[in-house]
Design a protein around this ligand. Sequence first.
Ligand code: GRF
Length: 204
Amino acid sequence: MEWSRIAVFASGQGSNFAALVQAQRENRLGGGQIELLVSDKPEALVARRAEEAGIPALLLRPKDFAGREQYEAAIVAELQRRNIGLVVLAGYMRLISPVLLAPYAGRIINIHPSLLPAFAGKDAIGQALEYGVKLTGVTVHFVDGGMDTGPVIAQRSVEVNPGDTAESLAERIHQVEYALYPEVVAAMAASKVKLNGRMATLGD
Ligand code: GRF
């Protein structure tokens, strides 16, 4: 497996996928190459984006498989066939099972639109507004078997303004995501991220 060979997993819009593709074009991905898009929603916009960018896509519907294990086994086979060394989740709306976690231990990362461990799970931006926090942000973390529970790699804060709506706050959070994720993916692709217990460091 090569760290620089990347698969991006996404279920929806794919604006982070697009930001990563753009970063690769601008040589901001640490030598990383996006070799594959994996989506559980063949009709999602992200699939069209991959096609337009000329990136191969593995589009599998989980319900076409006997269970989650079989669905993930099909994904792992394709990742291994392509010698993928880094799995980047970007709005992939499923928990990952040991079938994928075990062969890719320490090689799967996710981006989440809050400062974890606050507001894990769905609708993190809505949760933050509802709670009334003044500061939220973006977290990039390693993926483990839980919901947004893996070790944190990087975080960036975003202020909540008086009068913010879910849309206005999401817009500012997304802009931070588009800058932060390529930076972290670049460090991962260059295998510059070290993990000691739960403490991740980005270094040489
Ligand atoms: C992002 O906000 C990301 O943090 C979360 O899902 C959203 C995906 O958006 N995990 P997009 O599909 O990249 O536009």
